[in-house]
Design a protein around this ligand. Structure first.
Ligand SMILES: [Zn+2]
Ligand SMILES: [Zn+2]
Ligand SMILES: [Zn+2]
Ligand SMILES: [Zn+2]
Length: 232
């Protein structure tokens, strides 16, 4: 009854699911805003994610506060996405319109730094050498065709070294297989007898680098570069 004046479709859904979901979202919003006021952005991030993961409708000012939090956590790409969503939904009538525009300006420099940096991905997370191929993009493994034996059975003579042919009198004649010269086996065509096969690394899909959890400072760190000689 108390919520009937809210009127919109989404809130009706929340009402149908019972009041606790609305109350819970409000409570999480309050806790998140208190955390922001105390500069506890990790905490605020946690509360906002609880709101997103719940099925309740998202409070209209939430994307702004979440964008502010993500900015402080240096998740600039994510921050920018929530900020755009906020401005798109609420427009210039938004309660935090001025602050949102200011945040949009503050985001420009870090977003440009990410875009022009080759050491990090589009979200600003640093690339690191692939732990499987150590940046070599390929891995060497036992040849899968010859299973590391270096030879394969000759397919023309079915590994017997002999081929048969019927002559004009319909009598079977036996010949030495010309393909394997009667050996019945051939040097493995895939590894050419080296027993090893080189293929694109599965871990990094042949890219040589993987994403890390580390936010990039856009500076070369010489002790971590992929050019480091591999000694193993
Ligand atoms: Zn790799
Ligand atoms: Zn043969
Ligand atoms: Zn082979
Ligand atoms: Zn970077």
């Amino acid at each position: 009854m108390v919520f009937l004046w809210l009127g919109t479709g989404l809130q009706s859904v929340a009402l149908a699911q019972g009041r606790p979901s609305l109350g819970r979202t409000d409570r999480l919003m309050e806790m998140a805003k208190t955390s922001i006021a105390n500069s506890e952005y990790e905490k605020a991030n946690y509360y906002f994610r609880q709101i997103i993961e719940s099925s309740a409708s998202i409070p209209p000012e939430m994307p702004y506060y979440f964008a502010e939090t993500l900015y402080e956590l240096k998740q600039y790409d994510n921050s920018s996405k929530f900020l755009s969503k906020y401005l798109e939904i609420n427009g210039f009538k938004a309660e935090n319109y001025e602050a949102a525009k200011a945040l949009e300006n503050k985001l420009k420099a870090p977003l440009e730094a990410i875009a022009s940096c080759k050491l990090c991905d589009t979200k600003g997370y640093r690339y690191q050498a692939c732990p499987t191929c150590h940046g070599k993009k390929v891995i060497e493994q036992d040849c899968s065709l010859c299973k590391g034996r270096g030879i394969v059975g000759c397919s023309r003579c079915k590994a017997t070294g002999i081929v048969t042919k019927k002559n004009v009198f319909n009598i079977t004649e036996y010949y030495q297989c010309t393909r394997c010269k009667g050996e019945g086996r051939l040097t493995c065509p895939r590894c050419d007898g080296s027993l090893k096969e080189v293929s694109a690394c599965h871990t990094c899909s042949g890219f040589g680098e993987v994403h890390s959890e580390e936010l990039c400072d856009h500076q070369e760190h010489h002790e971590h570069t992929t050019a480091e000689p591999e000694v193993h």
